[in-house]
Write a protein that binds this ligand. Structure first.
Ligand code: GLC
Ligand code: CA
Length: 556
């Protein structure tokens, strides 16, 4: 099968189905809700949807805990609805990438129910079971921590052993050293490919191979054990096997979630010659305003640019993803700008991100500038991580609670999961019932309907940005040259390809900033392509940038 690598020209749109659109008034987004918005997606210009998990799940982690990989979650609809959705997408020239969550399953998956039932069950070895330590065998087998807080091990009464769960205890890790498990995963991929799926976003795929003997990790309060399973000993072998058994037979894309990896690691994971993953999500840039992804720290533009610039230097045979938002991070406007300049910030971020090399991802609501939800109390948080962190503070040291509240307000995943704001109708037009999660009260001012009618809206700017990018060879192939890397106010770079260039500038300041062309910068002609202020000069020259001003010139 020829791999056309269509993803290099794609503009992706991530749907978090629970919060996208509710069709039947039960307060939970669903597949028929997505079907009702396909024209909206087509009009936006995106070419591929990444759909967060819609499989059967008890929803301990909102679908990232799967109890049946071959069927649809009851709350979301049926396989027939799903088929109608994908057909509707394909008819509109939109591809569909599904979430592949196979580092772990739900503890309610039939495999795990079998596995925990006895030590000699044929499914025992589908998961990672170990005897406990200590005299009574009740101490976890090693010191690894769950990414969702606490130990990564859970004691199971029935057989008196522990099972490994790098996420919640309802998400037991699969044992990829078992060839049967690897065959199951390939079969699952092929099942969906035969139904027409165009690819997979591979959830925490870098964790699948664990170091033999499962040794203790170096102390780390949040990520203990990482060095023994991030791109573990058999990672490449197992992924290549999956490529051979499944992915190579389809003109698909696979993109791996690469939390914690560096550029050199990525080169070994996505280089075309390796026949493994096609593309990678990297997260270093998400640390430009946080430690260990969760602890907020002041944002510094030069830090962000240094990281992004480094990733832009990936060899041509590797492929990266461009994103600021997804269902695991808070919204970008409050992270990178002042809320009073919401519109300019949203458009500026679109410009500086989407003109880089890689596949851009728009997360639902980003295209209308949705922002964080302020001041939730404990009962309004829905995400297992927020709840765990909150309860842990309460248990071990209650004076910490105000700090936790502050950190959650800035970083909680809940911020990105509030219902999509379609209109100024009750509940933002998301549901006619009681929404599963609180709607951001700013929906009367920030919503799709209003922005569709306003030519100067963020939504209409996104359409222009996406249209500019599509089929643009400079953006697909061009080299990336950064200017003023030390500036903490201006993001400025050029892309060039075959003698043609685009020159991109974005101000990250809420104050006027003096801008001059880079020293010795020469060009024959420059045409303004896109800008976030209406009266941007037609010629490229020195000027004072207004708050969060951004523009793109085509230069020859
Ligand atoms: C990934 C997902 C996240 C989920 C976790 C466990 O990081 O993006 O939402 O909680 O994996 O599956
Ligand atoms: Ca519903």
């Amino acid at each position: 099968m020829e791999r056309t690598r269509w993803y290099k020209d794609a503009v992706m749109y991530q749907i978090y189905p629970r919060s996208f659109c509710d069709s039947n008034g039960d307060g939970i987004g669903d597949i028929r809700g997505i079907i009702s918005k396909l024209d909206y997606l087509q009009d936006l210009g995106i070419t591929c949807v990444w759909l967060s998990p819609c499989y059967k799940s008890p929803n301990d982690d909102n679908g990232y805990d799967i109890s049946n990989y071959r069927d649809i979650m009851d709350e979301f609809g049926t396989l027939d609805d799903w088929q109608e959705m994908i057909d509707g997408m394909h008819k509109r020239g939109i591809k569909l990438v599904m979430d592949l969550v196979v580092n772990h399953t739900s503890d309610e998956h039939a495999w795990f129910k079998q596995s925990r039932s006895s030590k000699d069950n044929p499914y025992r070895d589908y998961y990672v079971w170990r005897k406990g330590r200590g005299k009574d065998g009740k101490k976890p087998p090693n010191n690894w921590s769950s990414r969702f807080s606490g130990s990564a091990w859970e004691y199971d009464e029935t057989t008196g052993e522990f099972y490994l769960h790098l996420f919640s205890k309802k998400q037991p890790d699969l044992n990829w050293d078992n060839p049967k498990v690897r065959q199951e995963v390939a079969d699952i991929c092929n099942y969906w490919f035969e139904k027409g799926v165009d690819g997979f976003r591979c959830d925490v795929i870098i964790y699948i191979s664990k170091k033999e003997g499962l040794p203790d990790g170096k102390f780390n309060p949040i990520l203990c054990g990482d060095e023994h399973f991030v791109i573990g000993p058999h990672y490449h072998e197992y992924i290549h096997e999956l490529y051979e058994k499944s992915w190579s037979h389809y003109d698909c894309m696979t993109v791996g979630e690469g939390q914690g990896i560096k550029r050199k690691d990525a080169e070994s994971m996505v280089d075309e010659s390796r026949e493994e993953l096609d593309a990678i999500f990297t997260f270093e840039h998400q640390e430009s305003d946080a430690f260990l992804t969760v602890v907020p720290r002041p944002f510094k533009l030069s830090r962000l640019k240094k990281i992004l610039n480094n990733w832009q230097q990936l060899p041509d045979t590797c492929w990266n993803s461009l994103f600021l938002e997804n269902h695991d991070y808070s919204r970008s406007i409050p992270r990178f700008g002042k809320p009073e300049y919401r519109k300019q910030v949203a458009k500026m971020l679109a410009v500086v991100m989407q003109c880089q090399k890689g596949t851009p991802y728009v997360y639902q609501g980003q295209e209308i500038g949705m922002s964080n939800i302020e001041g939730l109390d404990r009962s309004q948080y829905k995400d297992i991580v927020s709840i765990n962190v909150y309860d842990l503070a309460k248990k071990i040291f209650p004076p910490l609670i105000p700090v936790v509240k502050w950190a959650l307000r800035k970083r909680a995943r809940d911020n990105a999961r509030t219902p999509m704001q379609w209109s100024a109708e009750p509940n933002a037009g998301f549901t006619s019932g009681e929404p599963w999660m609180m709607v951001n009260p700013n929906y009367t001012a920030v919503n799709v309907a209003e922005q569709q009618a306003d030519p100067d809206s963020i939504l209409n700017f996104y359409k222009k940005m996406i249209a500019f990018r599509k089929g643009n060879e400079i953006i697909r192939y061009g080299t990336f040259v950064e200017y003023f890397p030390k500036s903490n106010k201006i993001f400025c770079y050029e892309r060039n390809y075959n003698g043609k260039r685009i020159f991109v500038v974005g101000s990250f300041s809420d104050k006027p900033v003096a801008f001059r062309l880079p020293e010795g910068y020469t060009f024959f002609s420059a045409t303004l392509a896109l800008a976030n202020y209406p009266d941007t000069p037609a010629t490229l020259s020195a000027r004072t940038l207004r708050p969060y001003e951004a523009f793109i010139y085509e230069v020859e």
